[in-house]
Design a protein around this ligand. Structure first.
Ligand code: NAD
Length: 500
């Protein structure tokens, strides 16, 4: 039950902060210290979603007519407001989901970068003009908004991911109903407050907090034209199914099981550094986490020795403390999943090289901490090498050449990010070509995307769309082709063929 001192936060619908229609709420607690109650949020249901969609549908009729450069001006203001509030937002984020301050500052920075970058599209959003095959006829295409967009987001990038979706949706002239993860409603609310303060008209963005029933209502309502979802593959499949009968445009960004391939000519120290950051950054809770490392047999022992030494030295604790390098799992359920996989790995016969225990005494007593864990001698077919764990667990495997490394890399259901460490440019380019992922790195870990290139994955990671970059506009617009005949007579394409 909420304590007397906890702030209660409302939904944002049609320009007003309102409680859920049922009056139900939920608590948001710090995963590094569960005695720290961050706030109480609305446990909404389909009735709240209905009101939010109605508001967004009404607002759309005006918002779509606002010239895109004017829409962008509001977004430029929003970017500057995030800059001004960056430190507060980063601290709120560390408190509510646990990643260390350096990373939450990066998360907020990504929202700043994305907002500035996409606001610039307000003066671009290029279409095509092409020559007509007929005389005195003009042919072009323009991007059109679609209407109400349902934006459903996870907790691991609580401000960056909402910005990747909401900002492009808005600049293109759509309106939004936004449901953040129940693990990170405060960062979502901070972001919505920015948009309000930047001058967004009522109804253009609405936020409804809650769980799966909120998401279901947002994906089944026929007034919604776009669903943009980031989260697990299991839920993504449900979202896809729920959205199908009403023919929505569905953009899915889902799980990952990313690979770092280390060749025998790699700079080993650089590779170790990359695997440390890629594997244990965000406590391994990144869709792009470097959870699989495939090492050439000739350098396997040297790599493992140095890697394990560095992993053991990682400082685990409350991310608000600047000296800490790795925070907790986001929730008790997430920690339980990680612990289950550590058990599975041992049963499968992988060698536990370091870690493997949950940390629950002293400074760790009130949080969901797990030791950074490394498994060696992993068979690529083991479950720990195939399934997304979403925690601080790295699996290390051997290969004997590039082809084998690429086969292992491609041998999972997911296809988000891959990387190679090598000093041989031929190997780097061959791996880049043959790895079936949406993102590829050379001499860098599997994390670290920038906002102005497309982001997304293949196979069970995505359904063919990309976010970020100009690709984001493809999700939130559809093409209209326009023909203007100024010949003053009927001209029939493909029929009235003309001589020179
Ligand atoms: P999740 O799938 O449990 O939840 C994601 C969102 O969906 C939450 O807001 C949740 O409340 C909502 N939801 C739950 N059931 C729903 C339903 N039936 N209909 C509609 N919405 C529903 O994921 P999570 O635990 O929040 O996030 C972790 C997952 O996200 C990992 O699998 C990770 O790989 C993935 N992720 C992917 C990317 C990417 O870009 N590919 C980025 C970040 C995270």
């Amino acid at each position: 039950m909420p304590t007397a001192s906890a702030t209660t936060y409302n939904n944002y619908v049609n320009g007003r902060w309102v409680p859920s229609s049922s009056g139900r709420t939920f608590e948001n607690r710090n995963p590094a210290d569960t005695s720290d109650l961050i706030g109480v949020f609305q446990q909404s249901d389909a009735a709240d979603v209905d009101a939010a969609i109605a508001a967004a549908a009404r607002a759309y009729e005006q918002w779509r007519l606002v010239p895109a450069p004017l829409r962008a001006e509001i977004l430029f203001r929003a970017a500057q407001i995030i800059v001004d509030r960056k430190e507060t937002f980063a601290r709120d984020m560390t408190r509510e989901m646990g990643k260390v301050l350096k990373e939450t500052r990066g998360d907020v920075q990504e929202a700043i970068d994305m907002t500035y970058y996409i606001a610039g599209e307000g003066r671009r959003m290029f279409g095509q003009t092409v020559p007509s095959e007929l005389r005195n006829k003009f042919a072009m295409s323009v991007r059109q908004p679609l209407g109400v967009c349902s934006i459903i987001t996870p907790w691991n990038f609580p401000m960056a991911i909402p910005s990747w979706k909401i900002i492009p949706a808005l600049v293109c002239g759509n309106t939004v109903v936004f449901k953040p993860s129940s693990n990170t409603p405060l960062s979502a609310l901070n972001f919505v407050n920015v948009l309000i303060d930047a001058g967004l008209p009522p109804g253009v963005v609405n936020m409804v907090t809650g769980d799966a029933d909120v998401g279901t209502a947002m994906t089944t309502d026929e007034r919604v034209r776009v669903v943009s979802f980031t989260g697990s593959t299991t839920v993504g499949r449900l979202v896809n199914q729920a959205s199908a009968p009403t023919f929505k445009k569905v953009h899915l960004e889902m799980g990952g099981k990313n690979v770092v391939m280390i060749m025998d000519d790699a700079q080993l120290e650089l590779a170790v550094e990359g695997c440390l950051w890629g594997g244990f950054g965000t406590t391994g809770q990144r869709c792009t986490a470097a959870s699989r490392v495939v090492v050439h047999a000739r350098v396997y022992d040297a790599f493992v020795e140095e890697f394990v030494k560095r992993v053991r030295a990682l400082r685990v604790g409350n991310g608000l403390d600047e000296g800490i390098q790795m925070g907790p799992s986001v929730s008790e359920a997430q920690r339980a999943t990680v612990m289950r996989y550590i058990e599975i790995g041992q049963q499968e016969g992988a060698r536990l090289l370091t870690g493997g225990r949950s940390l629950s005494t002293g400074a760790h007593a009130r949080g969901f901490f797990v030791e950074p864990t490394v498994f060696g001698d992993v068979d690529p077919k083991m479950r720990i090498a195939q399934e997304e764990i979403f925690g601080p667990v790295v699996t290390v495997m051997r290969c004997h050449d590039l082809d084998e490394a690429v086969a292992i890399g491609n041998g999972v259901a997911y296809g988000l990010s891959a990387s190679i460490y090598t000093r041989d440019v031929n190997k780097a380019f061959a791996a880049m070509r043959d790895t079936y992922t949406g993102i590829f790195y050379v001499n860098a870990p599997t994390i670290g995307a920038e906002v102005h290139l497309p982001f997304g994955g293949t196979k069970a990671t995505g359904n063919g769309h990309r976010e970020a970059g100009v690709a984001a506009l493809d999700v939130f617009t559809e093409w209209k082709s326009i023909y203007v005949d100024f010949s003053g007579k009927l001209q029939r394409a493909q029929i009235d063929t003309q001589d020179l």
